[in-house]
Design a protein around this ligand. Structure first.
Ligand code: FPP
Length: 245
């Protein structure tokens, strides 16, 4: 294989992924194994979130996107949905100070209008408070579904076309990307999923086109900093070719 065809030369020093996206799966099974209610699995999962943000900060990862609540998760029992919302509210309230100390900016993607008013208020407040931080961006995917995101982007482009601001020739991959929730966020380099499932579950379908995927068998509440470091080591070992030779 000729080295000139490889976008990142083999002898280039290994890099840290600029953007890691995580499907945090297995909270329910973790709780079930211990005879605990599912909400205890989510509570333990929130602890793994804290560890993960710290590990990314240490490594110099610029963006971390966490799939915290999918558009499909609304169909779970009402008590589980409300436990997840309360957990999120508590996380936002307790971690805002920590994010300020760590220079972490918070962002959220998804159909945020569907979130309960209190959750939205806490979210807005943490986003506004951390808006000036620049070391790292933590992106929470909430009430998020990739097909919905792409559909909304298509709808908004059709609106622009109807208003005469867009012609068919203007529609390029860059234009589509600029209409997604993630318009100002680089695509993930690394996608991590826990609990051994080999699925992408309607998460960032457009954005993960070239991401390396690393799957862990363990459940999300057991995911610790060492696992994040392991995923990054695996990413560094992979030979990224972007579809070329
Ligand atoms: C998947 O486990 C996980 C979720 C649906 C929610 C993820 C939420 C957290 C980790 C905690 C709160 C988040 C933040 C950012 C504080 P599952 O319930 O689908 O597990 P199962 O597949 O074993 O049932």
């Amino acid at each position: 294989m000729a080295a000139r065809h490889v976008r990142r030369p083999m002898n280039e020093p290994p890099t840290v992924p600029a953007h890691i996206a995580i499907i945090m799966d297995g909270n329910g099974r973790w709780a079930k194994e211990r005879g605990l209610p599912r909400r205890e699995g989510h509570r333990a999962g929130a602890e793994s979130v804290r560890e993960c943000v710290e590990a990314c900060k240490q490594l110099g990862v610029r963006y971390l996107t966490l799939y915290a609540f999918s558009s499909e998760n609304w169909s779970r029992p009402a008590n589980e949905v409300s436990a997840l919302m309360s957990l999120l509210e508590r996380f936002l309230e307790q971690k805002a100070e920590e994010m300020m100390k760590q220079d972490v900016r918070l962002k959220a993607i998804g159909h945020l209008e569907r979130l309960p008013e209190k959750t939205r208020r806490r979210l807005r407040s943490a986003i506004e408070r951390t808006a000036g931080n620049t070391s790292m961006t933590l992106v929470l995917a909430l009430s998020y579904g990739s097909r919905e995101e792409i559909t909304e982007a298509a709808r908004s482009m059709v609106h622009e076309a109807v208003e005469g601001r867009l012609t068919p020739g203007d529609v390029t991959p860059d234009l589509v990307a600029s209409h997604l929730y993630t318009a100002d966020i680089p695509d993930p380099d690394l996608l991590v999923r826990t609990s051994g499932e080999m699925r992408v579950s309607n998460f960032l379908l457009w954005q993960i086109s070239y991401a390396e995927i690393v799957i862990f068998k363990k459940f999300w509440p057991d995911f610790a900093q060492a696992d994040l470091f392991e995923a990054v080591d695996e990413y560094r070992r992979r030979h990224r070719r972007f579809g070329g030779l």
